[in-house]
Design a protein around this ligand. Sequence first.
Ligand code: FEO
Length: 169
Amino acid sequence: MLNKKLEVGLNKQINEELYSSYIYLSMCAYFESKNLSGFAKWMRMQSQEEYLHANKLYDYVIQKGGRVALTQIGTPKAEWKSVLEVFEDTLAHEKFISKCIDELVNLAHEEKDHATTNFLQWYVSEQVEEEANATKIVDDLKMVGENNYGIFMLDRELGQRKAEAADAE
Ligand code: FEO
């Protein structure tokens, strides 16, 4: 059976991952409205990855004999001042998610739940990648500044993103 405190924590994380998916889908819609199809594609893939992150937790809770409890998902922000601001928000959000995962790992340690500690290691590694990806894009956008050609080139580059569905298996 799944430890009750961890069941609550894992369910909370399912909500956070679904909210992440919702935030990135909202960012995708913002980019679509600005005709920035490459950034939009990147965000749509990010949103789909977050949905997979939620489902991976969902499956684990069930596998451990716990009960999945879905709760309300908040309304995401819908407007930004610039492409840079969108990715600064992305980075800040990923840092927040890393903190959530760290707290869950701490709880799993306190409760001596080795299986959950082990399961969460995938998320620990994933967060390193998530923060690094967002940091790189923020750095690139700062370098480009207000230069339209630079934004155009970055839009094309990010539009090359490939799905990583197998990554979340
Ligand atoms: Fe599922 Fe971007 O953290």
